[in-house]
Design a protein around this ligand. Structure first.
Ligand code: PBG
Length: 326
């Protein structure tokens, strides 16, 4: 046997940590938090074991639980008390996210990011206001440019409530530019924008739509979210958002799209975020419940893989559980 190159030499317990190429830290993670204006007690989210929708009164307590694990950043999602065709509760001064953010930023040290979208606030569940499509009323579609004005209002109201960063997730063309313009004009020049830049029309969002009650009442999101088949198009989406001033660029979902995470990392000089979405969380839980996988190990391996692909930060429902084991 004449083997000079033996990679196994560097796999002993003593040396493995020294040659490890990727590490995962609690400060790389961001935890989603759901605040619900329709309830006055915590409601477990069935398809996302361990997660709950909490009333505004519990928002601070919920965030303190996150902080105790070592995770320092949260993404706030809101479930409003009522919905309408425009989603007006999304930019209300006394809206659920605005109220929660005011309290969280006053009473905790969490870094607070808000999801800027209309789908939880519109009665039809789409991410913007509707207009007749190419073939009339039977093919209603989201009116891109009218939606931009509303998204800008939402972002301004979040910033006014104290949000540290805003994250537009609606996949409208020009949304980053519209937000940047409105934030600058309203005195929030220093509030960064993390764009859901390459967000795919994914079936992995299923559990989230239960959690946030944001499933479209008809049709789907394929006319504004990206086709899972496309990689070049993701580069175009990300470039447009970078040009419009996005401070950080997100790819979503994460695990089925690690090639996109890697490609964005290599082509752009801004922080890359990856969203390890609800379905990625739910499937590991379901398998673990059956005794088929180790939840702790597969969660950790998933997050490590997302970092190895090139993500600087990860939004994940595993944030608290994994942080406690790091
Ligand atoms: C809102 C939004 C969605 C998610 C985050 N922001 C749902 C969607 O686009 O349908 C999904 C998050 C997840 O699945 O964990 N636009």
């Amino acid at each position: 046997m004449d083997l000079t190159d033996r990679p196994r030499r560097l796999r002993t317990d003593g040396v493995r940590p020294l040659v490890s190429e990727t590490s995962l830290d609690a400060t790389d993670l961001m935890a989603p938090v759901f605040v619900d204006a329709t309830t006055d007690e915590r409601v477990p989210i069935e398809s996302m074991p361990g997660h709950e929708r909490v009333p505004v009164d519990e928002a601070v307590a919920r965030v303190e639980e996150v902080l105790e694990t070592g995770v320092e950043a949260i993404m706030v999602f809101g479930i409003p008390e009522s919905k309408d065709s425009e989603g007006t509760r999304a930019w209300a001064d006394d809206g659920v996210v605005q109220e929660a953010v005011r309290r969280i930023t006053r009473e905790t040290d969490a870094y607070v990011v808000t999801d800027v979208c209309l789908c939880e606030y519109t009665d039809h569940g789409h991410c913007g206001v509707l207009e007749p499509g190419a073939r009339g009323d039977a093919t209603l579609t989201v009116d891109n440019d009218a939606t931009l004005d509303l998204l800008a209002e939402v972002a301004r109201s979040h910033a006014e409530a104290g949000a540290d960063m805003v994250a537009p997730s609606g996949m409208m063309d020009g949304m980053v530019g519209a937000l940047r313009h409105e934030l600058d004009a309203s005195g929030h020049r220093d509030v960064p924008i993390m764009s859901y830049a390459a967000k795919y029309a994914s079936a992995f969002y299923g559990p989230f739509r239960d959690a946030a009650d944001g499933a479209p009442a008809f049709g789907d999101r394929r006319h504004y979210q990206m086709d899972p088949a496309n990689r070049r198009e993701a580069m175009r989406e990300v470039r447009l958002d970078a040009e419009q001033g996005a401070d950080a660029l997100m790819v979503k979902p994460a695990l089925p799209y690690l090639d996109i995470v890697r490609a964005v990392r290599e082509s752009f000089d801004r922080p890359v975020a990856a969203y390890n979405v609800s379905g990625e969380y739910a499937m590991l839980h379901a398998a673990a419940e059956k005794g088929w996988l180790s939840l702790e190990e597969t969660a950790l391996e998933s997050l490590l893989s997302i970092k190895r692909a090139g993500a600087d930060l990860i939004l994940t429902y595993f944030a608290e559980d994994v942080a406690e084991h790091l």
